[in-house]
Design a protein around this ligand. Sequence first.
Ligand code: PHE
Length: 495
Amino acid sequence: MSDKNEWGSNLSFILAMVGSAVGLGNIWRYPYVLYSNGGGAFYIPYIVAILLMGVPFLILEYGVGYNYKSSFPKAIRKINSKFEFLGWLLPISVFIIMIYYSCILGWDGIYVILSFFKGWGADPNTYFATTLLQSTESISGIGSFIPVIAIAMLISWAIVWYISHKDLEEGLGKVSKILVPLLFIIMVVIVVFSLSLPGAMIGLNELFSPDWSLLLDFNIWMAAFGQIIFSLSLGMSIAFTYASYTGESSDLITNTLSIAFANCAFENFCALGVFSILGYMSLESGTAIADLVTQGTGLVFVAYPTVLNVLGQYAYIIGPLFFITVYLAGLTSILSTIEPLAFSIQNKFTWSRSKTMTILCLLGAVLSMIYATAFGGTLLGYVDAYINQIAILLGVVFECIVFAWIFKCENIIPVLNKRSKTLKLGKWWTVVVKYILPIFIAIVWIGGVLDVINSSSNDQLIVFGILTVILIVLTAVFTKLPATNKDWDETENRL
Ligand code: PHE
């Protein structure tokens, strides 16, 4: 089994990891986070978050994943069998992300086609919310099914299945080597074009004019840490799983630095493009930038089409390129969300990679149809808030404690250092991962929970309750089911 789950080269590993990290979070989340948290001043908490959390945590996740060369629950069970449930909680949560990510991919797929003829018409806002999604906040919307979204989502599932069910290097490895560089190239074209637009400087001035006073505001520090966790896909058992697929002599520390750098460079580059375009729009329409800036679906599916509407002929080139980039970024991320659960199932129940992927994709596709309804868009927002701000962060705090304290992270330092051609770990790393990280992430978690609970409607709280039950039941089932793999309790240390 393990021969099918191994990268063909270090490059495949790095590019697949960059593909996972670079996603919708870089394109639609980061520019907004940067702008609304002090502009240029945000770089201070952001860089602190990368150095203090991003890099040390990734090294920890990679190091332990590499050491066990096995799935996440198997490794956790080896560290302490009482914690196997935690080993399932994160891969299951990440699979839930996959199910709604397929919906965003579906929407974007539709926009790729619309962008060739500006099919969203003169009022992109009404088109997106009303014509396409028929969006309603009422749960009864689950009853009205929207076939066109369902078809777009099923196409995404078919692509994901086609790539994932092959052996690792044949599928994900090869695809990452093509798509990730392509993604970077198209983004360069879009950003260079955006920078050349009249008004670009208005947007950039607005983006970077620092509001230093905000540095004293606790919220911008939380925003920086939250962004880095989401953007680098930290602690989600993805980095762990990818590292366990690596060969013998990986230089994990240098790989971590390259991946963190590529991801953060990409998102800052995107911010340049997004704000130049918004500057142009502000010049054309006389609207203040502050009124144009939105995040998430608003930016991609409303603000961008609005800009494309005033861009004339160029829009027929830049529009499709932009929506294709979002599609590629989303695709390389969604491919990473199936790996942790799939590898765990293969590992515990001795299923083949291809059978596991086929069953998970079928199951995911069926479940995802709940988002192809009029309530889908609203539900997606609820599930996203719950999984990212509550479930995953809690798993991440536990993961950090189990890896740093129970596994004893200092044991892996000598081997990681021996292979490293760049940074060497010292006592500072142990202090960071044992003390600073769990405390910081716990604070971000508490902040996130309070925020979600304070701003939730009753419907939202009901959805949170249902998701909590689903997570507990699935985690218990996977933990309790007897392993068919007789090696389930035998895991070697590689380091
Ligand atoms: N890191 C991805 C992004 O920036 C998001 C993601 C989260 C991907 C979880 C996979 C899993 O968009």
